[in-house]
Design a binder for this molecule. Structure first.
Ligand SMILES: [Fe+2]
Length: 142
């Protein structure tokens, strides 16, 4: 398994593990991800000049969640994957991109059958992974 693949799996596992860390909605704003592994708009670490091109932008319309990363797509540098993950660590949706895709945008239907679903907006996490600039997470309500 390539180092990139191991890093990606490890990074996502850490992010999901943190997200699954029994965080209640009231605590959600205090979640901090491991520095140097997971990057956010608030904590971009060494990638502070890369925020706008890497942080996942999330739009919620009803049960439709759109994730977009404003990042170019080329063979040398592209967004590899998006996911939407619940607080319990359940992956509610994922899309893998190739360098030939024209943009990093994904749309997910968040099912009312998901295990943590309630008729109130709940905290979810959108991830975006760049092949050069690592794993980024945006917390949102849906
Ligand atoms: Fe990048």
């Amino acid at each position: 398994m390539s180092n990139r693949r191991v890093f990606m799996k490890t990074s996502l596992a850490v992010a999901v593990g943190v997200a699954a860390g029994h965080v209640t909605p009231a605590m959600a704003d205090s979640v901090s991800f491991p520095k140097g592994i997971v990057y956010t708009r608030e904590n971009p670490g060494k990638w502070s000049q890369k925020v706008e091109g890497h942080v996942p932008n999330v739009t919620v319309e009803g049960n439709k969640v759109t994730v977009k990363t404003n990042h170019g797509m080329s063979d040398a540098h592209y967004i590899v994957k998006h996911t939407v993950v619940s607080q319990n660590g359940e992956v509610l949706g994922e899309k893998t991109f190739s360098s030939s895709d024209t943009e990093a945008i994904s749309v997910f239907e968040i099912s009312s059958g998901r295990s943590d679903y309630a008729w109130v907006r709940t905290t979810l996490y959108a991830t975006s992974f760049c092949n050069l600039h690592d794993l980024w997470v945006t917390e949102f309500k849906a």
